[in-house]
Design a protein around this ligand. Structure first.
Ligand SMILES: [Zn+2]
Length: 241
């Protein structure tokens, strides 16, 4: 009767060990994928920042261009106003002064128009750079999104594995006696991934320390639950699957 019960508990411990191994593997894979996803997300962020900066530059240049265009209109208005006052002029001196002013304004207008041409050329050059950046961003985004999407299904599968594994484990643990469950839980707090380990020859695979002959015999006979005397982990003998 008692042996039967030990054997039943051992069967459950074997199953929990298998579940632990699977949960550990799934978690490791999940963490590995998330590291890649983070790298890709950082890359998207970098491209978007660069994109925003270039966009801000483009807007600034366009604003400058508009300002210069307004300036030309302003100067032209000014010249027209001055010229419209010619019929009311009383002296030659007044007239020459006005002509000087008009010439000065015309020179200023030329300078502003040169600026406009330079800005338009710059804008054209800039627009090209902007287009290139946009293409680069889109190509990268596509690549990254594909990569993430590819991993997403893998992540979903891993998530499912973790969920079902943990659920079965909780169910199995609840089915054994509370003393054993408590002992197991304490062990799991210390050894998150491997509170149950296999005996390898004469050593515990958890801590690699030797296991006394009598303990090894007990483990192989499967009539006693044995713990490593060094690390405290539950020891099982590896069975042919
Ligand atoms: Zn050990």
């Amino acid at each position: 009767m008692a042996i039967e019960k030990i054997k039943e508990i051992l069967e459950i411990l074997y199953r929990i060990k298998m579940l632990n191994d699977d949960i550990g593997e799934a978690q490791l894979k999940k963490d590995g994928i998330l590291v890649n996803v983070k790298t890709y997300e950082d890359e998207i962020e970098r491209i978007e920042i660069e994109f925003e900066e270039k966009e801000a530059e483009k807007i600034k240049k366009h604003k400058k261009l508009l300002e210069n265009e307004n300036k030309v209109v302003e100067i032209e208005d000014h010249i027209r106003n001055l010229e419209s006052s010619i019929p009311t002029m009383k002296t030659n001196d007044e007239y020459f002064k006005l002509q000087d002013k008009v010439n000065e304004l015309k020179e200023e207008k030329n300078r502003v128009e040169d600026n406009i041409l330079a800005l338009m050329e710059e804008n054209e050059e800039y627009r090209r750079t902007f287009k290139e950046l946009e293409v680069r961003k889109n190509t990268n985004l596509e690549k990254i999104n594909k990569e993430i999407a590819g991993h997403r299904s893998e992540l979903e599968n891993l998530e499912k594995r973790l969920e079902t594994g943990n659920a079965e484990k909780a169910e199995k643990l609840a089915s054994i006696n509370p003393t054993m469950t408590n002992r197991y839980n304490k062990l799991e707090q210390r050894f998150t991934s491997n509170p149950i380990v296999y005996l390898n020859g004469e050593t515990c695979t958890g801590c690699n320390m030797g296991v006394p002959p009598q303990v090894r015999v007990n483990i192989k006979m499967m009539d006693k639950i044995e713990y490593c005397q060094n690390c405290g982990r539950i020891l099982l003998v590896r069975r042919a699957e």
